[in-house]
Design a protein around this ligand. Structure first.
Ligand SMILES: NC(=O)NCCC(=O)O
Ligand SMILES: [Zn+2]
Ligand SMILES: [Zn+2]
Length: 465
């Protein structure tokens, strides 16, 4: 099976040029000018289009068991929405809770994804406790090709770890050469503030942000950085939302701590006024860390442009309107999360590159290449190069559209970005050489996605066949 993409403009994290791309089976085998059409090859004309490496979402939740319910998506629905939005690989948080066995959780997560995802995927392994079995289990999981961990400094007694457990996790990660991703908020402060607010009769979604102020996130970020500094481990702050946390992470970078920063698309596009809408309208926009004052949004854009923020993910975690009603009369019971997997690339393109000051190469880097490098997928993923997987996004920058739950593919009955304009969309998307999206519609093979087993350095991972 072969495919020739002709006349497109290839844009990567560090290059931009017009060329044809020839794909045999799953791999890019030639890139060149005016290539003749080999017998039997399907030709896709990409005239006037940009050709990007498949985008990578480094922070996704699928069917997450959380806050007395489960996030809406399955691997089948999330992966199709991802592909329509140009994401060809996602990294899911594998999150067994504190009461569950780590290895059983890992096997359960793998079994849910296997044969169901249309795009490629891998996991960050959640560490929600550190008991007698944890070290051995984590060694086994790393040997199985899962070379990044996830810790929560929030969600006390559920996903959250205590400081001694954080220390043990980082010490092991350092030994194994594994990167640790972290949700950074001070869990105890959040719990106290939540009780105080509820006691004062402040029960609506507008109090979610008040219960998790920027200081709570800055403290968590600073604490994580301190633990990285002491252990020498490599860390990655997830879904950073505000200026004080950014300051803490950048200060750590400047003093040589091995720390990288992710923010997520809702924090660039939405501010806290969305969550201050009355009742369930506000609840639709409740996530953690919460949507912030608009001034933080400007700071995130500037930091992204300047290279201080390394990646942009989604923290995709959809709950429908009925689920959001679980928090009627008590904001602490609103399931935290917003659907975004389908919209990340188009929103970042529109409000970053098309209408903002984000350089097109930075766009590719933060939405694809950097995550591939950080998480051991490069150059198999995140690149347009001979030998790389033929995961490509043929992007139409002349497309004009509006995001709406009435037209989106994600399995949720509302969109957090309802009514927002987009200035482009993926026209054709390929995953390992097969067309998965045409004219914005999923045409791929369900369940073809592969678990990407990774090594601990930035060398190509071991693929599970
Ligand atoms: N972010 C969020 O609100 N929900 C998903 C869980 C998490 O990432 O903290
Ligand atoms: Zn989180
Ligand atoms: Zn998350």
């Amino acid at each position: 099976m072969s495919l020739l993409i002709k006349n497109g403009e290839i844009v990567t994290a560090d290059a931009r040029y017009k060329a044809d791309i020839y794909i045999e089976d799953e791999t890019i085998t030639m890139i060149g000018q005016d290539m003749p059409v080999p017998a039997g090859a399907e030709v896709i004309d990409a005239t006037g289009k940009l050709v990007f490496p498949g985008f990578i979402d480094p922070h996704v939740h699928v069917y997450l068991p959380f806050m007395a319910t489960f996030a809406k998506d399955t691997h089948a629905t999330a992966s199709k929405a991802a592909l329509i939005g140009g994401t060809t690989t996602f990294i899911e948080m594998c999150c067994p809770s504190r009461g569950e066995d780590l290895m059983e959780g890992y096997e359960l997560w793998k079994s849910k994804a296997e044969g169901n995802s249309a795009c490629d995927y891998t996991f960050h392994m959640g560490v929600s406790k550190f008991d007698d079995k944890t070290e051995e289990q984590l060694r086994e999981i790393v040997a199985d090709g899962i070379t990044s961990f996830k810790v929560f400094l929030a969600y006390k007694n559920f996903f959250g770890v205590e400081d001694d457990e954080l220390y043990k996790t980082l010490t092991l990660a350092k030994e194994l050469g594994v990167i640790v991703t972290a949700h950074c908020e001070n869990a105890a402060l959040v719990a106290e503030l939540q009780q105080q607010l509820l006691g004062e009769g402040k029960t609506g979604p507008e109090y979610h942000e008040v219960s998790r102020p920027v200081e709570v996130e800055a403290e968590g970020t600073n604490r994580f950085a301190t633990f990285l500094e002491v252990t020498g481990a490599k860390g990655y702050v997830v879904h950073l939302s505000c200026q004080p946390a950014l300051k803490a992470a950048v200060a750590a970078k400047e003093r040589g701590v091995d720390i990288t920063i992710e923010s997520v698309i809702p924090h660039f596009i939405l501010d806290k006024t969305y969550a201050e809408r009355p009742g369930v309208e506000g609840a639709k926009h409740v996530m953690s860390p919460p949507l912030r004052e608009k001034s933080n949004q400007q700071a995130l854009w500037r930091a992204l442009e300047a290279g201080l923020i390394d990646t942009v993910g989604t923290d995709h975690c959809p709950f429908d309107v009925q689920q959001k009603h679980l928090g009627d009369g008590d904001f602490t019971k609103i399931p935290n999360g917003i659907p975004a997997i389908e919209d990340r690339v188009n929103l970042l393109w529109t409000y970053g590159v098309s209408r903002g000051g984000l350089d097109i190469h930075r766009f590719v880097d933060v939405a694809s290449t950097k995550a591939a490098k950080l998480f051991g997928l490069f150059p198999r993923k995140g690149a347009v190069a001979v030998g790389s997987d033929a995961d490509l996004v043929i992007y139409d920058p002349s497309y004009r559209g509006v995001i709406s739950a009435s037209t989106h593919s994600v399995n949720n009955d509302y969109s957090g970005f309802e009514g927002m304009e987009i200035d482009g969309r993926p026209e054709v998307v390929t995953v390992r050489g097969r067309v998965a999206v045409r004219e914005g519609k999923f045409v791929g093979e369900e369940g073809r996605g592969r678990l990407l087993r990774r090594s601990t350095s930035s060398t190509p991972e071991k693929a599970l066949v």
